[in-house]
Design a binder for this molecule. Structure first.
Ligand code: AMP
Ligand code: TRP
Length: 332
C-alpha cells in the first residue's frame, strides 16, 4: 500500500485556506482506502522562525486537534508531532551530506523568508528542505499532497533520494511524487493568500456569527460596485469557496445569477455561509468533543509517534547499513 505523507506547521487554529486547500484534501485522499496516510505537525520546522516558547505547546496541540477534528480522526490515518520522532533530525544529517548545496540556494521559499527575517537568517532556514525531505523519506512515502509553493521542496526531496541511492548503490528510498493541491483561498481582504499572519483569515473553528461577520465584509469582485452590475465569479473569492463547499448544481446557478446580477454579493455570501455551516458543524462538534477530552488528542499523538518511530527506526537501520555506518559494531 502506498504511503501518503504530509505536514503542516503548528500555526494553532487552522483557517479555511488550510482546511479547504490542504486538510480536507488529505481526508479525501484517505477515503479511497488505497493509501496509508501519515500526517505530521512539523514543530521542528517552526523553529526556523522566531516564536513564543510559552504558547508553542498550545499551538502544537491545537493544530493536532484540528487535524483530528477536520476528519483524520475518522480514518486510519496516523497523526503525530515531528519532535516525537528524533529520527527526522538524524536522517536530515545523512541527507545533508548528499544534498546539493547549489539547489538549496535556489529555493524560492528560502529567498523569500531570508528577505523577511533579514536580521535573523539562521542555517535552519537554509536547510529547511533537507528536514522536509527527511520527513518524507523516513516513511518511504511516495505520494505527498502539497501546495504549489512546496513543489520545489518536493523536487529537492526526490533529488536527495536519488543522490543517496546512487551514492551507496542501493534503492533505499523510493522517489516521492507530489499530489498538487491547487485550490487557493484568498484572504477576506482580497489578498492573494488567506493567512493568519496577514489578519485576513476565517478560522476553521470560529462560531457561525463570527464567520458571518467576516464574510459580510469580505472582498468580492472590485468592479461590482453596485448591486445591479453583473459580477465575474471567476475572479471572486466567495465563488471559489462556493466551488469547494456548495453542491455543484447550486454553484452553476450562482455563477449564472451573479453574471446576470440576479443576485447580489450579499445573497451570494448568505448562501456561502449556509454551505459552510453544513461543512463546519460536524468539525466544530468533533473539536468540542476533543477539547472536552484532551487526553484523546494526546493519546492519538502518542500512538502516532510510537507507530512512526517503529517505521523510522527500521528505515534508519537500512540507511546506516547502506552507508556502512556501524558505530561500535564496526569491525576490522
Ligand atoms: P501554511 O500554514 O501557509 O504553511 O499552510 C499549510 C497548508 O495549508 C499548506 O499545504 C498550504 O498549501 C495550505 N494553505 C495555506 N493557506 C492556504 C490558502 N489561503 N489557500 C489554500 N491553501 C492554503
Ligand atoms: N514545508 C511544508 C509547508 O510549509 C510543511 C512540511 C514539512 C511538509 N514537512 C513536510 C509538507 C513533508 C509535506 C511533506 O507547508
Amino acid at each position: 500500500m502506498a504511503t501518503i505523507f504530509s505536514g503542516m506547521q503548528p500555526t494553532g487554529e487552522l483557517h479555511l485556506g488550510n482546511y479547504l486547500g490542504a486538510l480536507r484534501q488529505w481526508v479525501e485522499l484517505g477515503r479511497s482506502g488505497e493509501h496509508e496516510g501519515i500526517y505530521c505537525v512539523v514543530d521542528c520546522h517552526a523553529f526556523t522562525a522566531p516564536y513564543d516558547a510559552k504558547t508553542f505547546p498550545s499551538r502544537v496541540f491545537e493544530t493536532a486537534l484540528t487535524f483530528l477534528a477536520g476528519g483524520l480522526a475518522d480514518q486510519d490515518a496516523t497523526v503525530f508531532v515531528q519532535s516525537d520522532v528524533p529520527e527526522h533530525m538524524e536522517l536530515a544529517w545523512y541527507l545533508s551530506c548528499v544534498a546539493p548545496m547549489g539547489e538549496l540556494g535556489r529555493m524560492t521559499q528560502f529567498k523569500e523568508k531570508s528577505e523577511q527575517h533579514k536580521t535573523a537568517v539562521n542555517a535552519g532556514l537554509f536547510t529547511y528542505p533537507i528536514l522536509m525531505a527527511a520527513d518524507i523519506l523516513l516513511y518511504k512515502a511516495t505520494l505527498v499532497p502539497v501546495g504549489h509553493d512546496q513543489i520545489q521542496h518536493l523536487e529537492f526531496a526526490r533529488d536527495c533520494a536519488r543522490h543517496f541511492n546512487h551514492r551507496f548503490g542501493k534503492e533505499v528510498f523510493p522517489e516521492p511524487k507530489p499530489h498538487p493541491l491547487t485550490l487557493r483561498i484568498r484572504g477576506t481582504d482580497g489578498n492573494e493568500k488567506m493567512s493568519k499572519s496577514r489578519g485576513n483569515a476565517i478560522g476553521l473553528l470560529e462560531p457561525e456569527a463570527a464567520i458571518w461577520k467576516k464574510l459580510k465584509g469580505a472582498f468580492t469582485d472590485p468592479e461590482r460596485t453596485t448591486r445591479d452590475k453583473p459580477g465575474r465569479p471567476e475572479i471572486c473569492n466567495i465563488f471559489t469557496m462556493h466551488g469547494a463547499v456548495t453542491p455543484a448544481e447550486k454553484v452553476k446557478q450562482i455563477d449564472a445569477d451573479c453574471r446576470s446580477a440576479a443576485i447580489g454579493c450579499g445573497d451570494c455570501k448568505k448562501m456561502l455561509a449556509e454551505s459552510l455551516e453544513v461543512e463546519l458543524v460536524p468539525i466544530r462538534a468533533r473539536a468540542a468533543e476533543l477539547r472536552a477530552h484532551p487526553e484523546r488528542v494526546t493519546t492519538a499523538l502518542a500512538e502516532g509517534a510510537a507507530k512512526c518511530r517503529t517505521i523510522a527506526q527500521k528505515t534508519m537501520v537500512e540507511v546506516k547499513d547502506a552507508a556502512g555506518v556501524r558505530g561500535s559494531k564496526s569491525k576490522p
